[in-house]
Design a protein around this ligand. Structure first.
Ligand SMILES: [Zn+2]
Ligand SMILES: [Zn+2]
Length: 322
């Protein structure tokens, strides 16, 4: 594991983890289990996302679910022990990915002080979000204070970084293509920029996880606010390998047919073989991409709680979504 700079308190500082030049390691064994999304075969469904990543000897929780106890209870129902998971990634600051952050840390700390004690997040997550009445409405700053009081450490990133051999965070994703996958229902959310001006919130902190395997790259996305193609383009600019799988929320639910078709055509260039659209991907876009990209039924599925991706087996979906 590459040595990373540990930052004890980052809410009001701009200290960031330095960009690390990618090595050449590939992950040999990979299992991804969905712990929060809308559909559930075991546990409960919710508007949110979380997944457990097991990559060789590394265990990371990716996002923390949309309600305080969903991931806690779903992991129990799936007989998954999160007390031996030391790290957690917050894909971005929205409550449907962060509500379980402090409750999970607090619950797991009781049996293992190191459980979920390191949180990876991207620059912008602690920006001030402004409601229509001019008030700050995000509670991520106070969450962060609580987390640090439990002994947790928050590590911030801005750029593409290898956090373990063969395991990468995108950092902030350049918005090369005009994918506007944020502001659900046409709502314009506002934030303060670094100069204190109120600007549209494009969710600059939206970051994804990438795992390099011998079969290709595996992408895990929380809400996909940066745009699915923007994110994959950014990843492949760094790693120059085909995309094996895209898993998670990609916020295609409000895209029209023309936009989905454009996404599907761009995905053809990435060599994607497996697609699990969970959370805000929307159900119809998953089927459109399956059809337009000539993917088979077992290779392109709607995500559900308990669904698994394994490197040597592909998707293991439950009865509802297989
Ligand atoms: Zn979001
Ligand atoms: Zn979301």
């Amino acid at each position: 594991m590459k040595k990373l700079l540990l930052i004890p308190f980052v809410v009001c500082t701009c200290q960031l983890i330095a960009q690390v030049k990618p090595g050449t390691t590939t992950v040999k064994k990979l299992k991804i289990t969905i712990l929060s999304t809308m559909l559930a075969q075991k546990g409960v469904g919710e508007w949110g996302f979380a997944a457990l990543i097991e990559a060789d000897s590394v265990k990371i929780l990716f996002d923390a679910g949309g309600r305080e106890k969903t991931v806690l209870e779903n992991s129990k129902d799936l007989k998954i022990d999160l007390s031996d998971v030391p790290e957690l990634i917050l894909s971005h600051g929205h409550g449907d990915h962060t509500a379980g952050w402090i409750p999970l840390r607090t619950a797991m700390k009781a049996s293992n002080p190191k459980a979920l004690s390191v949180t990876h997040a991207c620059k912008g997550l602690f920006d001030t979000r402004i409601s229509s009445s001019g008030q700050e409405f995000s509670s991520r700053k106070t969450d962060s204070l609580q987390y640090i009081q439990t002994g947790g450490v928050v590590q911030m990133y801005e750029r593409f970084t290898e956090i373990h051999p063969g395991i990468f965070l995108t950092g902030q994703v350049p918005r090369k293509y005009p994918e506007k996958n944020y502001g659900l229902g046409g709502n314009v959310i506002r934030k303060k920029d670094e100069l204190g001006n109120i600007v549209e919130d494009i969710v600059p902190e939206d970051m994804s996880l990438v795992i390099r395997t011998e079969k290709g790259l595996v992408l895990i996305s929380g809400c996909g606010h940066s745009g699915m193609i923007n994110t994959i383009t950014h990843i492949q600019d760094y790693l120059q390998q085909p995309l094996l799988a895209a898993i998670g929320g990609f916020h295609l639910l409000e895209n029209n047919d023309e936009q989905i078709k454009w996404t599907a055509n761009e995905l053809k260039k990435t060599c994607m073989r497996y697609f699990m659209g969970a959370h805000c991907t929307g159900i119809e876009p998953v089927y459109q991409i399956r059809e337009w990209n000539n993917l088979k039924r077992g290779e392109c599925i709607v995500g559900s709680v308990g669904a698994v991706f394994e490197l040597d087996k592909g998707f293991i979906a439950g009865a509802l979504t297989k």
